[in-house]
Design a binder for this molecule. Structure first.
Ligand code: PMT
Length: 322
């Protein structure tokens, strides 16, 4: 078993080595009000993290380290949680995939728009219409998007850097603590494990004339530890485990559960993540697989993940209250 991280030292590191975003208190209050409002209306609230993190190599940043995450898992899961009656706080990386809009991102907007009437006839009048054929299901998606918007069921919060991600997640956890077990954390973001502290970072652009670059990076504190223990101890917490070697996946997921003592890990392998995951809990292990038929019918694996976790969350709440 991994040694359990000391949460007080993690908190210290967070405030000393990662710049606190200036808007963090304002965002925290917004998230707390959102959670209170929806919990009073009888809804559960899920905090989804989504997208990758960017780690700067210079303080006046020209270069940074990034990762592959598109935010698709987080954005599609948000839609399924909303369909399951949850209110959603969507803590996502700026410009990563966004619920509903994600379906149309490959379409060039200028191909979708056209002048009304015969070719070019009304070009001077400025009368522009959309070509719906290029936007499959647009009416259905737009209707759902507007329902979610009108019900203020989705609260989007953006992060850019690793520091912003860490502090905003802490603020979210504290904001959701007031609704206890009705809160779920769904930590799908791909967070960097390594960073360069501000005190060790060169101010200016690293010069290639100095020859090959050697980097020494520090470990990013595992935020899961204080989140589970101190910030939101009554919440249902789901972390994700990503590996490229499938033979170590389940063992790593179980070790995470042993170490952090949270409720579930969604284990996935980079290449197969769109069609296969394992939801691991202390007592169970559920393989979720999309068949060829599912793929043909455009079923998404996130539908299955969310269905599995919302059931587990309902049971968890009953146990906590009982
Ligand atoms: O965005 P997509 O392209 O759709 O891809 C989805 C995904 C593959 C990114 C997603 O399914 C996924 O697996 N996300 C987690 C990837 C990851 O960071 O795994 P990890 O093994 O490095 O981290 C495990 C867990 O530790 C994470 O849930 C994270 O919340 C937590 N962690 C990580 C770093 C850190 N400093 N503190 C943490 O608490």
């Amino acid at each position: 078993m991994m040694a359990e991280p000391r949460t007080s030292s993690i908190e210290g590191k967070l405030s000393e080595e990662f710049a606190v975003p200036s808007h963090v208190d304002e965002v925290k209050e917004k998230m707390a009000a959102f959670a209170r409002h929806h919990a009073e209306a009888g809804r559960k609230v899920v905090l989804i993290t989504s997208g990758g993190t960017k780690v700067p190599l210079e303080s006046r940043t020209v270069r940074f380290l990034d990762n592959f995450s598109s935010g698709r898992r987080g954005a599609s899961s948000a839609e399924y949680f909303l369909d399951s009656g949850y209110a959603v706080i969507f803590l996502h990386r700026h410009r990563s995939l966004y619920p509903y809009v994600r379906m149309f991102l490959t379409v060039n907007m200028l191909d979708v728009l056209q002048f009304r009437g015969a070719e070019g006839a009304a070009a001077n009048s400025g009368d522009v219409v959309i070509n719906q054929q290029l936007l499959p299901n647009i009416a259905k998606v737009l209707k759902r998007y507007n329902e979610v918007k009108d019900g203020t069921l989705l609260l989007p919060i953006e992060f850019n850097t690793l520091s912003e991600y860490l502090h905003l997640l802490k603020a979210a956890a504290q904001a959701l603590s007031s609704i206890g077990s009705k809160a779920m954390f769904y930590l799908a973001a791909a967070v960097s494990d390594f960073y360069i502290p501000a005190s060790e970072m060169p101010e200016h652009k690293i010069q290639s004339s100095n020859g090959p670059l050697q980097l020494s990076m520090k470990m990013v504190p595992k935020i899961l530890s204080p989140l589970v223990k101190d910030w939101a101890p009554q919440a249902f917490v789901t972390s994700f485990k990503l590996e490229t070697d499938s033979s170590i996946l389940i063992d790593k997921a179980r070790r995470a559960l042993d170490t952090y003592r949270h409720q579930a890990v969604v284990a996935n392998v980079l290449d197969s993540r769109r069609g296969y995951v394992v939801v691991v809990t202390p007592e169970t292990q559920a393989e979720l697989i999309l068949t060829d038929e599912d793929v043909k019918n455009e079923v998404e694996i996130e539908d299955r993940i969310v269905s599995n976790l919302t059931s587990a969350h309902t049971k968890f709440i009953t146990q906590q209250e009982g």
